[in-house]
Design a protein around this ligand. Structure first.
Ligand code: FE2
Length: 338
């Protein structure tokens, strides 16, 4: 599971290598929206007997546009850590266990998770993927665990990525593409869209070029422009790296920017320049929760991993009016739905 189809990278092809065995992906189709299902992972032995793990339950997703309570968790850069504190290089992801444990305790209060890049920080050591998948299994066994590609999953020189740096330790995205499912048209291009009830998520792959004229730019435009905002008003664009925007902008055209990179890895300091649109900063471990109560009200919360409490929040109220049905003077001149 290294990028042999490009140029093999180290340590993924040397000391970090071990045989990954088989990794299976199973699909469950024709599920009833919002219905709870129970499943077990099983294996047929050579003598024909079946062995299976313990049962897990999960709730099938709401249909696109469905009006029901929908709660989303978003964070990046979590990593993994040992509970006994052993064997972790430089204590690189000190907040990781707190974030995982807080989310495990709160399983009944959210519906889907987006871990938007930098998952295990395995950096070419494949056994660390096992450690990470085991750490998040109490969550991912019960909730959709959606992922995005981070620099520690993808970046490696001369392998078709945008950044010629060695952050993936030679993985080139191969373990990430294999370990977790995401509905991309081409799984080597880690960008995709997901419709989840009143939400649409457009997830970009910032390890690949996104500039105008590229396939990814076309995807982003298509994803953002084709959503029916009447039925799916909550349009979320997610990416590991910031795609680039002017820090001098004072109006952001109704777009709210959130950086949620405090999942667990060591924290970087802020720059001294504070852009005018930056209203809240916190240098601590945490994650973001979006709660859509209906088509017109969304609650944003920033929670710290240490205690699960809310340290910043705002609401978005949105009033949809079907302007096409308006006759002269019967509607307000503007609508938030456009
Ligand atoms: Fe990163």
């Amino acid at each position: 599971m290294v990028c042999f189809h490009f140029h093999p990278g180290e340590p993924a092809r040397t000391v970090g290598w071990r045989d990954p065995g088989f990794i299976h992906t199973a699909f469950m189709r024709d599920l009833w929206p919002n219905k709870e299902y129970t499943y077990k992972i099983g294996h047929e032995l050579s003598d024909g007997t079946m062995v299976s793990g313990k049962p897990y339950t999960f709730r099938a997703p709401p249909t696109p546009g469905q009006n029901s309570l929908q709660r989303i968790i978003v964070f990046g850069d979590m990593g993994k850590a040992e509970r006994d504190g052993s064997n972790e290089f430089a204590n690189y992801q000190p907040g990781s266990l707190n974030t995982t444990d807080t989310l495990v305790k709160d399983l009944d209060n959210y519906d889907i998770v987006f871990h938007i890049g930098d998952m295990p920080y395995a950096n070419g050591y494949l056994s660390q993927w096992d450690q990470f998948t085991a750490q998040v299994a109490p969550i991912s066994a019960r909730k959709p665990y959606m992922v995005a590609s981070g620099n520690h999953e993808r970046d490696w020189p001369n392998t078709g990525g945008f950044f010629d740096v060695k952050d993936s330790g030679g993985e080139c995205g191969v373990p990430a593409e294999t370990m977790y499912y995401y509905p991309a048209e081409n799984r080597a291009n880690f960008w995709y869209k997901v419709d989840y009830g009143m939400f649409r998520f457009c997830v970009a792959d910032t390890g690949h070029d996104w500039r105008e004229g590229t396939p990814q730019h076309k995807f982003i435009e298509e994803c953002l422009s084709t959503v029916d905002r009447k039925h799916q008003p909550w349009l979320i664009f997610a990416a590991h790296r910031v795609l680039g925007y002017s820090s001098n902008a004072c109006t952001m055209n109704g777009t709210i920017f959130v950086v949620a990179g405090g999942g667990g890895s060591h924290l970087s300091s802020y720059t001294t320049a504070i852009p005018r649109w930056s209203v809240f900063r916190d240098q601590d471990y945490g994650f973001v929760k979006l709660t859509a109560f209906n088509h017109s009200s969304l609650l944003f919360e920033y929670k710290k991993s240490s205690d699960g409490n809310v340290y910043d929040s705002f609401t978005v109220d949105r009033d949809y009016r079907n302007v096409l049905s308006c006759v002269h003077d019967s509607c307000f001149p503007t609508t938030l739905a456009l």
